[in-house]
Write a protein that binds this ligand. Structure first.
Ligand code: PAF
Length: 254
């Protein structure tokens, strides 16, 4: 039976009842779950004897208020997925409980958070790292699962866990793609038909091109505006703008 918990105090009391030998698998999300999330949740379930999902649309990581407002909230459907996958606990905290400090305490990373996504989304990674730290401290997971789709986020979380001696193993999970190759993302649901065709084309370019020059040429040929196309840590990473929607993707360079 999946148990939904809104109160942080209630969660903390419950967490104290876990046995020290219990292994806890944790998947932090902002909800609007899709098959990409399902793959993380399934792995958390298989590798641990207790599975925990958090759903929290974190306001501090949105640098565009419109984006925060439009972020789809689909709790009922998300709970159906969690139940179908046999997840034990879904934590869904209120912002004022998760930020009792009014966001006066923040985690600032000073180097890689300023690259790539960090250039166009000031404050995004500070908000993300701050909320992930709070969640990791609350859940005290054995393992926490993050998708490689948000590759820069994954590297920042790994770095934070190491820097602050957090005893949770960060498990990197491969990007799950639609049959068209488009990387699964909650944002895909906001694309109209024409935009979806362009998004699929972007994904094909990601898988075909092995250099920044060839991907830039590809995007220009298909009239897909891009924010960046870069190689970092042996990966080709790109952000494109399709209508009002910003999409990111990355692939390993072979
Ligand atoms: O990747 C996400 O959905 C979010 O950045 C996360 C890790 C849940 C933090 O809010």
């Amino acid at each position: 039976m999946t148990e939904l918990i809104h109160s942080i105090e209630k969660w903390q009391a419950l967490r104290h009842t876990f046995h020290p030998h219990d292994s806890v698998g944790f998947v932090p999300t902002m909800g609007n779950l899709h098959q990409g999330h399902a793959s993380l949740l399934s792995l958390a379930k298989v590798q641990n004897n207790i599975s925990v999902l958090s759903i929290f649309v974190n306001p501090t990581q949105f640098n565009d208020p419109q984006d925060l407002q439009k972020y789809p909230r689909t709790l009922e459907d998300d709970l159906k997925m969690a139940t179908a996958l046999g997840i034990d606990y879904v934590i869904c905290p209120h912002a004022d409980e998760l930020y009792p400090d009014d966001y006066h305490y923040q985690v600032h990373e000073t180097t890689i958070s300023h690259l790539l996504e960090g250039v166009s989304r000031p404050g995004h990674f500070t908000g993300m790292l701050t909320v992930v730290l709070k969640l990791l401290l609350l859940v005290k997971a054995t393992r926490a699962y993050f998708g490689e789709k948000d590759y820069q986020q994954l590297q920042l979380v790994k770095g934070m866990v190491k820097a602050f001696f957090i005893e949770t193993e960060i498990i990197a999970c491969p990007t799950i793609r639609e049959t068209t190759a488009l990387a699964m993302s909650s944002r895909n649901r906001r694309l109209n038909e024409a935009e979806r065709t362009l998004a699929d084309c972007f994904a094909k370019g990601m898988l075909q091109c092995q250099s920044t020059d060839s991907l830039k040429d590809f995007l220009q040929q298909h009239n897909i505006p891009f924010d960046y196309v870069e190689i970092w840590q042996n990966r080709l990473l790109a952000a494109v703008q399709i209508g009002n929607i910003r999409l990111i993707d990355n692939v390993e360079i072979s």
